[in-house]
Design a protein around this ligand. Sequence first.
Ligand code: CA
Length: 707
Amino acid sequence: MGRTLYACAAAAALVAALCGCQPTHKTANVDAARLTSADNEPGDWMSQGRTYSEQRFSPLDKVNAGNVGSLGLAWSFELSTNRAVEATPIVVDGVMYVTSSWSLVYALNAKTGELIWKYDPKVPRETGFHACCDVVNRGVAVWDGKVYVATLDGRLVALDAKTGNVAWSVVTVDQSQPYTITMAPRVIKGKVIIGNSGSEYGVRGYMSAYDAADGKLIWRFYTVPGDPSKPFENKAMEMAAKTWKGQWWKFGGGGSPWDPVSYDPESNLLYFGTGNGLPWDEKSRSPGGGDNLFLSSIIAVNADTGAYVWHYQTTPGDSWDYDSTQTLTLADLTINGTPRKVLMQANKNGFMYVLDRLTGKLISAKNFVPVTWAKGVDPATGKPIEIGDPRYTKAPSVIFPSSFGAHNWQPMSFSPKTGLIYIPGQEVPGAYGTDDKFAFDPGQWNTATDTKLNSLPPDAKARAAMRNSMRGELIAWDPVAQKEVWRATHNDPWNGGTLATAGNLVFQGTANGHFAAYDAANGKTLWTTDTYTATLAGPISYSVDGEQYVAVGAGFGSVFYLVAGFAVDKLGTPDNGRILVYKLGGRATLPKPNLTKIDMPKPPTATASSDIVTAGHAKFNRYCLVCHGYNAISGGVIPDLRYSPLIGSAAGFKDVVLGGSRKDAGMVSFAKVLKDQDAEAIRAYVITEANAGYAAAHPAGGKSGGR
Ligand code: CA
């Protein structure tokens, strides 16, 4: 018997040696050893930031500053959805695993782009209503032959990496509440870590760990305290509750941890950031103030138990939607001659934080773009020093950054070679004012701020000035000296995540349809290509059979284009998103999208009184704005209401707004919160905006133009 086994093994080894193929092994056979030693396999990109440190740095250098000019398209893959692509692909052993909007998962041959399998979790389209920021998904995790995806409606699904068949699926949220999930899971020592979104709509945020083998819940860490008349889940919640006033738990509190997770295997600390509170304005959320832990914070917990270890609150008593959910980059830096284990974040609030990742203590903080709400961060307390009246207590306040942030979900990268951080930064002003009429509507978009302040001024010159005050930038930042080294400026805000490589390159996509490589040391543009659509996702680099590839997802959508369509220079394409993969000498081509401008049809005559239009504007901003955009101007992600024939029909409009006749497209009924006369007032307001848009496109005596 022993002899026979030996003979078989020897024969198998011989066959493998003769044909040059590997002995059969599990697909995506990733384990703790592979993930913690990811640098030993520089050709793979096995987890979100390639390594647990979330540096998004590729040690590959075949593509480098000397030859990147000959980079060309190796292959592209058309996804099945036409909303934003925010996913960072994972590549293991020659297979790419990537997601598109509506939480679809694709396994592709990383060398050719050939589809191996596709998984559609069939997310009910009305779930899209509770997704503040488009129906996006940021990618998967892989572990021990399985691929993990979290779906928009709150499921965590494990798929067989070989076939795409469901191995197990658990619901991680109370689906009767307005939770969503857009983040990629992380697997740490056999536990799948997953958070959630929904802080504007009325949820209590938490991070959970599930057993990767069977989906059993192992631990859960709430990010805000619950009802203090009931026992607290842990000491951390008891501590947090002392920093709140009023009855926050009735609204859920917010604080959802909705994006990246980093991990330090040495200390076994798991790091994540938390989102804003519900509602945004602290005066409504926690009357009388308080820090409101753990909103807008960076939190470290024990990865095995989920037990609290430390927190650092970047924005105490947040009133501006300054989520602290941007990339958490871990690195070992020498600061003032001392080696330090740091965690770095370019926060939405405009400050770059360098923290001691073992203790959570502030090492340094400095603004990386113009910041007008605070003049700095107090080194003693770690708290921002607010200036003026940023909390809009006396009057509305216009500040930098806005709720879009100085940096948002688009991942940043760090190159250990240059010692620089590469931040997809932006400058967008935000006007904040108290909404005196605010009342919490469960499941609706609750900010308690006067969103009319951010609507466009009627005057064309003022509109142009507002638009011109916005820009995007790629900032190379020295985190030790806390100073900028170089920057590339983009006309539009809301550009792509970054990738740094050992080839002395930084890659970034742009809002206006380009993907470019910069010299990592000095910011010189070395290569650029046309992607024809917004290219926002985090790029990666990998190798197959000795050839280096650079990959990025592209597709129109995301919160900026939903809300701020007026700021979009280039039309969105109605086309499906794509995964684009480049290599030296690549010669594949992309089909050019149809970007023909559509003339706005002549809108119905505006006949409603100004009182009705004003009332309609208020209702529109409260209930419609987050998807249909300021001034009803769509960026092109979803249909522009001003172009819709429905605005000419009171009955047709009502049928959609109150009757829910388009719920399968994500447009649910608003009958719970709007009455007949509200729907009619909203229609009157949209007609007014349509007439303004039509007049701007058809100036008297001038030539006509589209949007
Ligand atoms: Ca937020």
